[in-house]
Write a protein that binds this ligand. Sequence first.
Ligand SMILES: [Mg+2]
Length: 324
Amino acid sequence: MTIEDRIRGTIYGQAIGDALGLGTEFLTKSAVRKYYPRGLADYDQIIRDGHRRKWKEGSWTDDTDQMLCIMESIIDRREVDTKDIALRLYRWVASGAADVGNTVHSVISQPGFLDDPHRASESVWEKSGRSAAANGGVMRTSVLGVWDYRYPSRVRENAAKVCRITHHDPRCVGSCVVVCLAISAILRGVTSIDELFEDAYDEGALHDPRIAEYLDRSKGSLDALDLDEGLDPEAGSNGSIGYTLKALGAAFWAMKHSLSFEGGISKVIHEGGDADSNGAVTGALLGALFGFSEIPGRLVSSLRGRARLEEKTVRLLKLVECRP
Ligand SMILES: [Mg+2]
């Protein structure tokens, strides 16, 4: 498999996992079964309820919009520029983005965000009682595993500083770094799942001990991740579906247990919960692992916004190739 195939797989995998995952976002696992009795495999099957009506068929959501803010900044600046990415995220929200997460919204509304985004995000995290650990950083992080993939120390630094623009919690930063290091390792030719897990444990331990707990869960059944937790009113809701370690866990579960890109994405999104974000992270990792050529053509050709994604991907590929 060529490096180009793996890089394309990462970028398209993120967008496709996000777009297909929209179909089951905010549904319980049992509601997913009810709405998609024969399974969800194509964008045109996605139900048009109050939430999903906001997007046209085959669209990705905020996860990939934000990934593109990072990707376009890198393409224009030829480096990872925290303030420039912060400005692009700010403009994206101001342009009337459909579905902005609570943490992103709070942080970019802080006075001084554009001058010192890291301070703004730390302040919002402190005000949350150091408890907010949403998946808004990890769902957009994939491109940072591609850029500078030859140098793990740069990948680590880039992933951490872009996460902290909005998400300060060590579980968020750790999730971003672990996902980006895994993508970069795959691009460097590491395809042993055991080795990718070992590296994830080592890196996760530098950030937060709870990361290991979710990596443990992802080695077993997908039930252990309880991806729709907090959606079922009968089950004692605590609203934890958007937790960063659930997205990380889902993606690592899929790496360990999937025989194909499509099979892995399908299993994860049929669990419901924050399925577009779980799908985005899973899609990026599986896309790197299996390559773009293994992604079903119908999911690529009917992806809305594909021309823009393709143009940016071609430009990124050229830059990455020439990078020292
Ligand atoms: Mg989303």
